[in-house]
Design a protein around this ligand. Sequence first.
Ligand SMILES: Nc1nc2c(c(=O)[nH]1)N=C([C@H](O)[C@@H](O)CO)CN2
Length: 121
Amino acid sequence: MDIIFIKKLIVMAFIGVYDWEQQRLQKLIFDIEVGWNNVTAALSDNINDSISYTAISEAVLSWVHGKHFALIERVAEEVAELLINKFSLTWVRIKIQKPSAVPYAKSVGVIIQRSIKELKN
Ligand SMILES: Nc1nc2c(c(=O)[nH]1)N=C([C@H](O)[C@@H](O)CO)CN2
């Protein structure tokens, strides 16, 4: 399995467990990896044989930007499900950082991996 990836996609959302966090936008940073066989696209040199990282980025932005969530775990789960369903993927890995959450840490966050098999169960 090959991988198509996006690193450090910045999306603003109302994210957090505290009331004040639901009043102001905060930055989330996404690293996304999707499993895809790149051989066909490499041979054809045609984007239609691949998944556009632009399309993936836009899908994540339009799902998350400006929305309200409590936990970043929830955001990660929704994005994993969205990408698997929208692009007929078998596997995704989503890392979300919330860099402003812990003052003395550079960043905190979650990493999840989901497969189509897990989602169907
Ligand atoms: N595992 C998690 N821990 C925490 C989260 C979270 O989304 N997942 N969120 C918070 C608060 O919203 C925090 O970021 C406010 O600064 C705390 N812990």
